[in-house]
Design a protein around this ligand. Structure first.
Ligand SMILES: COc1ccc(C2=NN(C3CCN(c4ncnc5ccsc45)CC3)C(=O)[C@@H]3CC=CC[C@H]23)cc1OCc1ccccc1C(F)(F)F
Ligand SMILES: [Mg+2]
Ligand SMILES: [Zn+2]
Length: 333
């Protein structure tokens, strides 16, 4: 008889009272609430003999290590974790990955931006920030995120992987590092090209995509998966999506203010002008987001159809508002 996993993370004679207690937490602690729920739903707690109180301790510490910046805060961590959870259930891949890979993917998603300062890699590099010195300008933020995530595991009461073998822990660590480093936008073009080549090769060889043998093939799909989850704002309904982009604009404008105060060139996307948001977002969707989701769509066909339609609608929304803005300005001129 398997020991039941306490639904609320801890054994209690008064589950109802604790449930009431925890509810406000899910409001203040969205990252912990969502991630704990996903670990339960995927039975990861039982499969990997994770001690529930350690999982809660780790998630509380992780959540508190996300900075209170407008966009790259704990809500973004929770959002990418939830998006990863949904993407892993896509028809084309849900039976491909084993529970170790799923554990690594969910964990990588929830930790992937921890301790983000709300500044971009180019900014940290040009201001010679300590992190840029430490990581030699190479995926500076992403190296920091994954280092912080593993440092938090070192405390025994937070080590959720204490019941994994040394070898299992080694592979899990490699997968998580590979995935988090793949969220650096500077890696986007190579990552997508390799992904397209893999799918092309699979198609040529006639066997279905699902037969991914090597570690390199399997991790390549997982890297693109976390990258898709990180760029999933644009595939969400407009009312949700527009809230994310407004948060990001505030974060970019604050960086623009810092650049001005430091006498540095203001990054193009940090310029406070009414057309910046629309212009850049259209460019971003056309150059980065749509090609990525289109490639993903060919793997998980037909799941991605709704996603691609929403992406097109959101792009049209920007084009309409840009046209309105530019026509009104030409009228004024
Ligand atoms: C919800 O919407 C976005 C979410 C995340 C990002 C993210 N952007 N980026 C980079 C920032 C620099 N980039 C560029 N810089 C200048 N001109 C261009 C032209 C086309 S891209 C690009 C490329 C994308 C990141 O590294 C973030 C961290 C990791 C993943 C993704 C994040 C970008 C969103 O909307 C786009 C955008 C919106 C508003 C203003 C500007 C931008 C803008 F397009 F500029 F980003
Ligand atoms: Mg990031
Ligand atoms: Zn992110």
């Amino acid at each position: 008889e398997e020991t039941p996993i306490p639904e609320l993370g801890v054994e209690t004679p008064q589950p109802e009272e604790l449930r009431v207690e925890l509810n406000p937490i899910s409001g203040e602690r969205p990252l912990t609430a969502i991630t704990y729920r996903i670990f339960q739903e995927r039975d990861l707690i039982r499969t990997f003999s994770i001690e529930p109180h350690k999982l809660l301790s780790y998630l509380f510490a992780l959540e508190d290590s996300y900075q209170q910046v407008p966009y790259h805060n704990k809500l973004h961590g929770a959002d990418v974790c939830q998006s990863m959870h949904v993407l892993l259930n896509s028809s084309g891949i849900k039976d491909v990955f084993n529970e170790f890979e799923i554990l690594a993917a969910i964990f990588a998603a929830v930790v992937h931006d921890v301790h983000h300062s709300g500044l971009t890699n180019p900014f940290l590099i040009k201001t010679k920030n300590d992190l840029a010195i430490l990581y030699n300008n190479e995926s500076v933020l992403e190296n920091h995120h994954v280092a912080v995530a593993f440092k938090l595991l070192q405390a025994d009461e937070r080590n959720i992987f204490s019941n994994l073998s040394a070898e299992q822990m080694e592979t899990l660590r490699k997968r998580v590092v590979d995935m988090v480093l793949a969220t650096d936008m500077a890696k986007h073009k190579t990552l997508l090209a390799d992904f397209q080549n893999l799918l092309e090769a699979k198609k040529m060889s006639g066997n279905d995509y699902l037969t991914l043998e090597s570690y390199d093939d399997r991790i390549l799909v997982l890297k693109n998966l976390i990258h898709c989850a990180d760029l999933s704002n644009m595939t969400k309904p407009l009312d949700t999506y527009s809230k994310w982009i407004d948060r990001l604009m505030v974060e970019f404008w604050k960086q623009g203010d810092a650049e001005r105060d430091l006498g540095l060139d203001i990054s193009p996307m940090c310029v406070r002008s009414p057309t910046t948001k629309d212009k850049h977002q259209i460019g971003f969707i056309n150059s980065f987001v749509h090609p990525l989701w289109e490639t993903w769509g060919s793997l998980v066909y037909p799941d991605a159809n709704t996603i691609l339609e929403t992406l097109a609608q959101n792009r049209e929304w920007h084009e309409a508002s840009l046209a309105a803005l530019t026509s009104s300005t030409t009228d004024n001129s």
